[in-house]
Structures are given as C-alpha cells and as structure tokens.
Design a protein around this ligand. Structure first.
Ligand code: ZN
Length: 227
C-alpha cells in the first residue's frame, strides 16, 4: 500500500504489513513515484514471504492494479517489477491478488494507516534503485529550471526576453522570417553597419534600424507592428 504525499515536503511512502502477528514495515521514499512505492512494498512483501515454511500458502493482497500487472510481466521495464516476477515464479505458493481499497479489508486498512504515518514519521528508504526513465525525468526538470533561471536573470537578449520569457525544450518550427527577426541578422541598417557593409545604422525615420525597431517603433512600418 502506497501513499501520495499530502504536501510537497512529504514523500511518497509505503508499508508492507503482511501476516497476522507481523507489523510489517514502512518507509518514505526519496525521489520516488507512488508507482515505485507500490512496487517496493510488494517486493519487500515477497522477500518476506519467500523463506516461509513450504506448507503455507502466502496470499498477498494488493490494492494497486498497475503494480500487479507490472510484476506479472517478465519483460517489465521496471527493475523492481522484474525482481518480484522472479521471486513469484520460483515460489508458486506465493499468491498475489487484488483487493478493492477501503472495502473493509482489515489488512488493507492497516497498510493504509501505516503508509499515512510513514509520510510524516517514516525513515528514508534508499534500498530502491530508481528506474532510468524516472532519473531522466528528474534531470530534465532540473536542467530546464537552471536554463529558465539563467534566461530570466541574464543580461543578454533582454528585448527578446520580453517577447519570449519562457524557455521551451520542444523544437519550434521557425520560418525564415522568425529566424531573421530573433537573430537580428537581416537587411537592417544596424546589422549592415555591424558588419561594415554600410556607414550608418540609422533608419530613415531617425531611429536605430534594428529588427525590433521595425517591428515595434518605426513610423513607416506601423501596419506591420507586433501587438
Ligand atoms: Zn524607422
């Protein structure tokens, strides 16, 4: 049984109370998804159940269908799910079945209670190897934030920043005109002067002839101005 954190400072948590007489365990998981928490709980449970005496069938009740599906697939992309699959395959007396949450199943209610408690008082759990896609997601998020911060606080391209304050990772299908405008490389007096192709960077209106000038200020191009 896993638990979503109620606030951002809380972490997803798990608990695995298994047999009568056993209090099971619980932990909160750093940097983890609720799905990974579910799988961790199931993994801990099958590890606990596997050395139990042979004449006992161990029935594990899980209220999360996704973790049952994942751990019954030998080719699951999740490493924890594959480990669960192997243990269940070699221990046919371990049975996993689905139960409805909050349907009066005492063990399930107890698991929920323990998981809830672990969001606040649980010990951090670092046993879990994070799945690759999850790590990629975390890295992407942090690189994105770093990029956004440097774009926001930088001192270059401020005029462009005012038009495009948010950075995006998705490729933008810029047409030729967009590239000319944003790079400011085009048939503008300011550009031509910079590359010593002309003596003056003035527009005939008296302003400095940059791309932004034509797009926002110039009296001769009012009907083309950006709004
Ligand atoms: Zn002008």
């Amino acid at each position: 049984m896993a638990r979503k954190p109620n606030t951002e400072s809380e972490l997803p948590s798990v608990s695995w109370p298994i047999t009568s007489g056993s209090t099971g365990g619980s932990a909160k998981l750093n940097d983890n998804t609720v799905f990974q928490a579910e799988l961790t709980a199931l993994h801990e449970t099958v590890i606990y159940a596997s050395p139990l005496p042979n004449h006992n069938t161990s029935k594990i009740h899980v209220d999360n269908k996704a973790s049952i599906m994942a751990s019954s697939n030998s080719k699951s992309t999740n490493e924890t799910a594959r480990k669960i699959f192997k243990i269940i395959l070699t221990n046919p007396r371990i049975k996993v079945s689905w139960v409805k949450v909050h349907a009066g199943n005492m063990g399930n209610e107890r698991a929920d209670q323990l998981a809830k408690d672990a969001t606040q008082h649980g010990q951090p759990c670092s046993l879990t190897k994070l799945p690759k896609p999850h790590i990629k997601g975390l890295l992407r998020k942090s690189i994105y934030q770093e990029w956004q911060t440097s774009w926001k606080k930088g001192d270059k391209g401020r005029k462009i920043y005012n038009i495009m304050p948010l950075v995006i990772l998705l490729p933008t299908n810029w047409i030729r005109e967009d590239v000319v405008f944003f790079s400011q490389h085009g048939p503008f007096p300011a550009y031509l002067k910079r590359f010593h192709l002309t003596d003056s960077d003035y527009c005939s209106c008296g302003g400095i002839g940059t791309a932004l000038h034509y797009a926002t200020e110039c009296i001769y191009t009012v009907s083309w101005h950006m709004r």
